[in-house]
Every structure is written in C-alpha cells, then in structure tokens.
Write a protein that binds this ligand. Structure first.
Ligand SMILES: Cc1cc2nc3c(=O)[nH]c(=O)nc-3n(C[C@H](O)[C@H](O)[C@H](O)COP(=O)(O)OP(=O)(O)OC[C@H]3O[C@@H](n4cnc5c(N)ncnc54)[C@H](O)[C@@H]3O)c2cc1C
Length: 394
C-alpha cells in the first residue's frame, strides 16, 4: 500500500487549495453583505465550485463532469473538509441520484438530468424507505401500475430527506406484487411537482424538520423516467446504496470535531482546573484520535483497492459504522465537558458554541440509522469479513 500522492496530485492539491482560499473569502464577503437564505447560499456555493471545475469530479465530461482521477476526487473532498468549506445543497443529487443515472440511465436521462444536478438548478431527494420497509427495503409496498406510456403510483414513503425543497425524487416502487420481493421492484425518477404528491415534514429529536413523509395518490410518471428494466430496480437500488455508504466516511470532518472538542476542554473551567487537565477527558480524546486515524487508513486502503480495480468490498460498511460511532462518542463527550451549560437553550445568550454540542448529539444519533443502521452494518461485516452465515433476509 502506497500512502503518498504523486507529484502531479500534489500540484493539483496546491492549485485547488489556492483557488479554495480565494473563493471562500469572496463567498464570505457576499454572505456578509446579506446574500439570500441558507438554501440560496448553498446553491451559490455549489455553482461556484461547478463553474471552477471542481464538482462532478467522477462524472463524464459530456454531461458537465470532470472525469478526474480517483486521487483528484479524494483531494477535492479532503481540501473542502479541511477548509471547512460550506456544504453543497444537492447532496442526494450529487452522491446518489446522479451517480445512479451515470451508471444505469438512458442517454436521454443523462442529458436531461445530470447537468442540472451539478448546477443545483434541480434538487433531489431519495424515496426508498417506507413504514415497514427500512432495513428490509425489499418489503416496500408503494405500488406502480404501468398503463400505456406511464406509471400510476400509490403509496407512502417516509424519512425522505429534503423532500420539501426537492424538484425530483429517486423512487423505488413495486411493479409486480406476485414476484419474489426483490424481483418486482422498479426504479423511477419522479417530478415532485406531479399532481397527487403530498409532502409532510416530520419534526426530529433535535427540533429540525429535515425529513418528511411523502404520499402518492394516483401520481403519473412517464415510462421514459424508468431507470433500467421494468421489475429490475433492486439491482440498481443496491448500487445506489453503495454510493450512499461510500460517501459517508468524512474523516476530515471528524478531525474538525475533535479539534473543537479539544478547544472546548481547554476552555471549560472545572473547579480549580480546566477540563483538559482531567486524565479521563485526555484519555477519551486520545482514544478518539486513534480511532479517527484508523478510519483514515481504512480510507487509504479502500482507495488503493479501487485504483487497483478490486472493489472496496464491505469496507464501506465498516467505515460507515465506525464513523457514526465516533460521531456519537464525540457528541457525548462534548455534552459531558459542557456540563450544566449543555442544557442551555440554543436561543439563550448563555448558550455554548451556539448550541453546537446539543445539535451535534441529536444529529449523531441519525448517522447510525440513515444509510443503513449500525446493526445492518454489523451484519454485513459479520458476513463479508468474518464469513458468518447470512442474516435472515438482508
Ligand atoms: C437522518 C436520516 C435520514 C434519512 N434519509 C432518508 C432518505 O432520504 N430517504 C430514504 O428513503 N430513507 C431515509 N432514511 C431512512 C433510513 O434509511 C431508515 O431509517 C433505515 O434504513 C432503518 O429503517 P427503519 O427506520 O425502518 O428501521 P427498522 O428497519 O424497522 O429497524 C428497527 C431496528 O431493528 C434493527 N434491525 C432491523 N433488521 C435487523 C436485522 N436483520 N438484524 C439486526 N437488527 C435489525 C435496526 O438496526 C433498528 O435498530 C433516513 C434516516 C435517517 C435517520
């Protein structure tokens, strides 16, 4: 395993880093001058990245992508995280729907959808989970009947992140109820403005309304919006889930969290000493640093495997599991160090770090569920790494 980047890669990194520094300074200036609501601000940032040629790094040039090497893709993600750059708005479009269309879409779908995902002109959500079909996704029941040149969809999705602002949805539906459950599913691209769709935001434990219930009542979707074969959606969905898991490793974001945790511990006074002076606090911080470094080397191993043409295997599940556990440990330690200040409401003038530790704690819980729960990751690792027998129906 070679852990060094080539001279060309390092030159690319230096160019991107210089561009990023300037672009972030300009962007902050626009925001200071009152540049729109948070959604608009994220669109502006995404468009800036796209115009400079640093978005859609793996996508074909013909549809607005960069066809960059794997190492360049990694360098761009690393540098964005290191600079604490603003997030892009179209996460599901960029990491799930777009890569699925690149891999399985028709020529017309690629031309129609991919450029607008990159420019954030069209935002996407993912309509997979249902009440009764989460971990056991093949049990989904939202029904689509093919009538001439369109499908008619009836049913309900749940936990659909960002459905309330999305223009399009990557949707899984049951098209053959009589077939074995993995064989009767079809993958559709659904216009969220279609008549018959109702979106109801759900309030989460942290007080946000990020995800939604989505109801479909005789919603018409043109047949040309089907991805892959009729009843062949499960294989496509599996590749979508791989995109989701492989995009969840974010070691550098963890590094930022750890840094803030260290600063917090160095600031909080406990009696006659700072929290950082306590052995148990230092011990936990160092342990987290080791785990974060372990994740970094797992990332390098995956990268080497991908470059040499052998897939990353279950490493995506391993990375997702450890990453979500580490986020939770960091969030819990943040609350513990903050002590009584952890219970101060976000709007109070006495709140610590603008409520980051409380919000982080609730967000961290979601990471161990979204994109496949920790138990499901354990199952995948048990089967793929330890060679244990297949878990019931996963
Ligand atoms: C923040 C967040 C964002 C999300 N965004 C989206 C989205 O945009 N689109 C979308 O479609 N979905 C989304 N989801 C839904 C997510 O994919 C599901 O919540 C997840 O797959 C779990 O399904 P479930 O909630 O139905 O729980 P269940 O599958 O009912 O699981 C309940 C419990 O049983 C355990 N369990 C289930 N089966 C097994 C097994 N075989 N072995 C061991 N334990 C098992 C689970 O680990 C869990 O603890 C999101 C979820 C979260 C938290």
């Amino acid at each position: 395993m070679d852990l060094t980047f080539s001279v060309q890669d390092e030159a690319f990194r230096a160019r991107f880093r210089a561009w990023l520094e300037e672009a972030m300074a300009e962007y902050k200036e626009v925001m200071r001058a009152g540049g729109g609501n948070p959604l608009e601000q994220s669109r502006v940032w995404q468009a800036k990245l796209y115009e400079a040629g640093y978005l859609g790094m793996a996508w074909p040039r013909a549809y607005g992508g960069q066809e960059a090497s794997l190492t360049e893709q990694v360098i761009v993600s690393e540098e964005l995280a290191r600079a604490k750059a603003p997030g892009t708005i179209n996460t599901i479009g960029l990491t799930i729907a777009g890569p699925t269309i690149v891999q399985h879409g028709t020529e017309a779908q690629k031309q129609r959808f991919l450029p607008k995902i990159l420019t954030a002109e069209e935002l996407w959500c993912q309509g997979f989970s249902e009440p009764g079909a989460g971990s056991d996704l093949p049990a989904l029941r939202t029904r689509a009947e093919l009538k001439d040149d369109h499908f008619v969809v009836n049913g309900q999705k749940v936990w659909t992140s960002g459905a309330f602002f999305s223009n399009w949805c990557a949707l899984l539906v049951r098209t053959d109820p009589s077939a074995p459950k993995r064989k009767g599913i079809t993958y559709l691209l659904c216009d969220m403005k279609s008549p018959g769709i109702e979106v109801r935001p759900l309030r989460n434990a942290g007080g946000g309304s990020h995800f939604c219930e989505v109801f479909f009542d005789d919603v018409k979707i043109p047949r040309e919006n089907m991805v892959g074969e009729l009843h062949g959606g499960w294989q496509i969905a599996r590749s979508t889930l791989e995109h989701e898991r492989s995009g969840l490793s974010g070691v550098i974001a963890l590094e930022g969290n750890l840094e803030r945790l260290w600063q917090l511990a160095s600031t909080i006074q406990r009696g006659d000493h700072k929290a950082i002076d306590e052995v148990m606090v230092r011990h936990q911080l160092v342990q987290m640093w080791f785990e974060k470094e372990g994740l970094r080397y797992l990332g390098f191993r995956n990268l080497s495997a991908q470059i040499s043409g052998s897939g990353a295997g279950v490493s995506g599940s391993l990375g997702k599991l450890v990453n979500s556990q580490l986020r939770q440990k960091m969030a819990s330690l943040g609350l513990e160090i903050a002590g009584p200040l952890a219970s101060v409401a976000k709007k109070s003038p006495h709140v610590l770090d603008r409520g980051r530790w409380q919000a982080g704690y609730f967000d961290a819980l979601g990471y161990s569920i979204g994109g496949g729960t920790s138990e499901i990751m354990h199952n995948a690792i048990a089967e793929g790494v330890l060679g244990l027998p297949h878990s019931a129906d996963q």
